[in-house]
Design a protein around this ligand. Structure first.
Ligand code: FES
Length: 99
């Protein structure tokens, strides 16, 4: 099950791309969000909280809550729910502080 038309990202291209999450390779459709691609691969935990290290996943799904922050190609604080996945993107769970 996939989101084929997103209100912010537009229509899904239906072109396969590969990306990695925490070092493991996965397949996605070009143009879908990182969060959608991870959900389609049964991944629910995106990050761990700053204070207690508890797991977090998608909450609002529209870019407001920042619960879905992940690292992309070595940079922190990408919101997985509104960031399109791209070919060879390297995504990591985010741990610790926001900065
Ligand atoms: S789930 Fe709320 S900003 Fe991504």
């Amino acid at each position: 099950m996939r989101i084929t038309e997103h209100p912010v990202l537009g229509k899904l291209e239906k072109k396969p791309v590969t990306f990695s999450f925490n070092g493991k390779k996965y397949e996605a459709q070009a143009g879908e969000s990182i969060a959608a691609a991870l959900l389609a691969n049964d991944i629910r935990i995106l990050r761990y909280t700053e204070k207690h290290g508890t797991p977090r996943g998608i909450y609002c799904g529209i870019g407001h809550c920042y619960e879905c922050r992940v690292m992309v190609n070595g940079e922190r604080n990408f919101r997985a729910c509104i960031t399109p996945v791209k070919q060879d993107m390297q995504i990591l769970s985010q741990h610790g502080e926001i900065l």
